[in-house]
Design a protein around this ligand. Sequence first.
Ligand SMILES: [Zn+2]
Length: 342
Amino acid sequence: MAEPQARFQEANLRTERIRDLGLSIEGTRLESVITEFQAEVSALELSHLRPTFYLSTEWGVVFGSQSIALPFYLARPELEAIQVEQVGHLEGAGRAEILRYLRHEFGHVVNYAYHLFESEEWVRQFGSITQPYMEEYRPKPFSRRFVRHLPGWYAQKHPDEDWAETLAVWMTPKKDWRKTYKSWPTALAKLEYCDRIMVELRERALVETAQDRDEDVGELAYSLQEYYSKLDQGQDALPPGLEGALTAMFEDIDAPESASTEARKPASALLRGMERDLVANVYLWTGHFPERTRALVRQLALRAEELQQVYPADQETRQRIAITTFVTALAMNHVHRGSYLP
Ligand SMILES: [Zn+2]
């Protein structure tokens, strides 16, 4: 009989102002992950640096600050479920991934606290901090000039991100970065710089001590419903050749092409079932943004449904490979030229 009550709470969760949801790091699983992370930070022996942590809309550090923002949805499983439903993608799913993001954000903290970005050597390794920050960056997948840490070839977004990724790789326990990057000389030089500077910083005084926060969860006067309705859901124009690709991959319901006598299954269900893994993996290996891949896969599923496309049940693996390859090829086009089609 708990269901009506649960449904009432679920509705409240979406319509209540976020600041009134009582979200905090304390008492959630985030608390123990942060404690674990603080032990990693202590081991660095930076005597003056004390990063703090708060919940906000997304991961980040305000320029010049030592306060690390974590996305509020990580505070509660119900919020994670809503984030997955609305955005199709979690940044920091589980302890290991949260630590991965914390190490990256800590890179920004170190950079700002000691003004590393002002030194000649930092600029030589990573570039100028004043370079414009492009949300729509176009990475070169597998470039050996950059380390790999967060998905989407994130180090290629901006010099500040390049440094944050480098520090994150350097400080990850049990990772032998010298071995991993031994034949990537440019990335290795960045790591060697990081290895040296992090020892030098142990004795250095802080240049900044601010703990500025942006969009603290305690100040968000809008609801989850309003928050998600405003997010860019990546409704790009979809490639016009879509239908041809679907008919090449699948069969029409009344025109079996394969000799297989197995029962036929709907292509749309297969596509929908693959959405989350496709979104994550395509982002990881191509840098194509999750919201775009999601819109593409949904559009494909919708068309497959309208066209009543099917496949023989014993050919599921083949179909999964076909879909994955097709979506990845489109994603790579988009990463290289900013659109799916020439
Ligand atoms: Zn960053």
